[in-house]
Ligand binder design. Structure first.
Ligand code: ASP
Length: 305
């Protein structure tokens, strides 16, 4: 039986395959003309939540691999008539789709597709609930590796709304798997998840302490759409305590890099002077997202032939 290369979660993928994906992505960036083509694969994106970078970079990635693709528009499809993601996926696979890229508010959505059509199609998670966003974590590591020689000795701080962040959850698993010794979470208590004590991280509720000696500062968006207004009463107070301002950046190592998965709330979790400043690699993350997703799609498509 052919083993299909799904990517539903970082936990389930061996470190060697994760390294191989990072290696292929870097190669596509270095020598874009030599990337493989997959005219026989058929990708469909199923996005049940908004997206700019992830959705368009999967589309760009499929174009660059000469891989036919289409996008389900959840606002105009039978999703509005109540069709389940399982039935939607089964019908797309019946039409010949063999790579399904899913973004969904339910954390278990990729697993549900895996259960229904995982033997016929590769399932790629493009962000599931608050649980997991594996391609974002991978493109973030790709970006870090372009600036820092090795991961192990780095101190990496993830700052802000950890509670609602699938990005943070996937980053923690990936960074730990790849040997990073010092992962810090910096957040107010109200934005830390209950499981924090069991994670391989050091927790700081004080930015001044948490940012010191940090090599990589990753800001997270305040996800207002996932929280009651009472959890985030005062934007100005949050910016003062946890927003990455030029003054707070002085605490980082001088050669530190600053990241954000986007979209940014400028003036809340990150000031424009920092987001657009010399240490920011935020647009490099966006660029790397295309190459990383090419690597993920190519690896899925290779096993479909
Ligand atoms: N774009 C990322 C995600 O989909 C981060 C965010 O929305 O804040 O999870």
């Amino acid at each position: 039986m052919i083993r299909i290369n799904h990517l539903t979660d970082i936990d389930t993928i061996p470190a060697e395959r994760l390294q191989a994906l990072l290696g292929s992505a870097e190669q596509y960036l270095q020598t874009p003309k030599t990337c493989p083509t997959f005219p026989n694969a058929q990708m469909a994106t199923l996005f049940y939540e908004n997206s700019t970078r992830t959705r368009l970079s999967f589309q760009l990635a499929s174009q660059r691999l000469n891989m036919p693709s289409l996008a389900l528009d959840s606002h105009y499809s039978s999703v509005q008539k109540g069709e389940s993601i399982e039935d939607t996926a089964a019908n797309l696979v019946a039409m010949g789709i063999n790579i399904l890229v899913i973004r969904h508010p339910d954390s278990d959505a990729p697993q549900r597709l895996l259960d229904v059509v995982g033997k016929q199609a590769a399932i790629i998670n493009a962000g599931s609930g608050t649980a997991s966003h594996p391609t974002q974590a991978l493109l973030d590591v790709l970006t870090i590796l372009q600036h820092k020689r090795s991961l192990e000795a780095l101190t990496i701080a993830i700052i802000g709304d950890i509670l609602h962040s699938r990005v943070a959850r996937s980053q923690i698993v990936l960074l730990h798997k790849l040997g990073v010794q010092s992962i810090r979470l910096i957040a107010p208590n109200a934005l830390l998840p209950a499981e924090v004590a069991s994670l391989p991280v050091d927790v700081y509720t004080d930015m001044t302490k948490g940012l010191q000696q940090t090599d990589v500062a990753i800001c997270l968006r305040i996800q207002k759409e996932r929280m009651p207004p009472s959890l985030f009463p005062d934007v100005q107070a949050y910016r003062e305590q946890f927003g990455l301002t030029p003054e707070k950046c002085q605490l980082l190592k001088p050669d530190a890099i600053i990241m954000h998965p986007g979209p940014m709330n400028r003036g809340v979790e990150i000031d424009s002077a920092v987001a657009d400043g010399a240490q920011s690699v935020i647009l490099e993350q966006a660029r790397n997202g295309v190459a990383l997703r090419m690597a993920v799609l190519a690896s899925a498509a290779e096993h479909l032939h």
